[in-house]
Write a protein that binds this ligand. Structure first.
Ligand SMILES: [Zn+2]
Length: 152
């Protein structure tokens, strides 16, 4: 039973549920698909969910921008999974803060229903999952082109 719509991405949310439940279900589903966990498609799913939910994931504006840049580079074939891991290690090394502190104001970041969200990827079978997640990433990357102008 759908009770509401996630204001961050437009996914239907059941009564008593949360959009994050969809993401957890997606990770479970992905775990059933050979080669998906740890793949570039896993990165696409995690990046898209995080970028679509800037308030609930609590990342800093710098971390969100780094994630957006990595998503764009991955889609353009400029960053492999290995390169993404390297970049993430560098970006999170030492005292670098990637999560906002309690009480920090929300970041200026685009949010709102889009053409693709986590529930679209949840419809996937092992054969369809790669295309669904890539479509999610591509749709989100296209929305990110005028990024600074698209604020919450
Ligand atoms: Zn959502």
């Amino acid at each position: 039973m759908t009770n509401s719509i996630c204001p961050a991405c437009g996914a239907p949310v059941t009564a008593g549920g949360a959009c994050l439940d969809h993401f957890h279900a997606l990770l479970v589903l992905e775990g059933r698909f050979p080669g998906a966990p740890g793949s570039i498609r896993h990165f696409y799913a995690v990046a898209c969910y995080n970028l679509q939910h800037p308030d609930s994931v609590g990342l800093t504006a710098e971390a969100l921008e780094g994630l957006r840049r990595n998503l764009a580079d991955a889609l353009d074939g400029k960053a492999s999974v290995v390169e993404l891991h390297r970049r993430t290690r560098l970006a999170t090394d030492g005292p670098i803060r990637v999560r906002r502190r309690s009480g920090d104001p929300p970041v200026d970041w685009y949010c709102g229903p889009g053409p693709v969200n986590v529930t679209d990827a949840l419809t996937g079978t092992a054969a369809a999952y790669p295309d669904l997640v890539e479509a999610w990433a591509a749709a989100y990357a296209l929305r990110s082109i005028p990024w600074p102008a698209m604020l919450c």
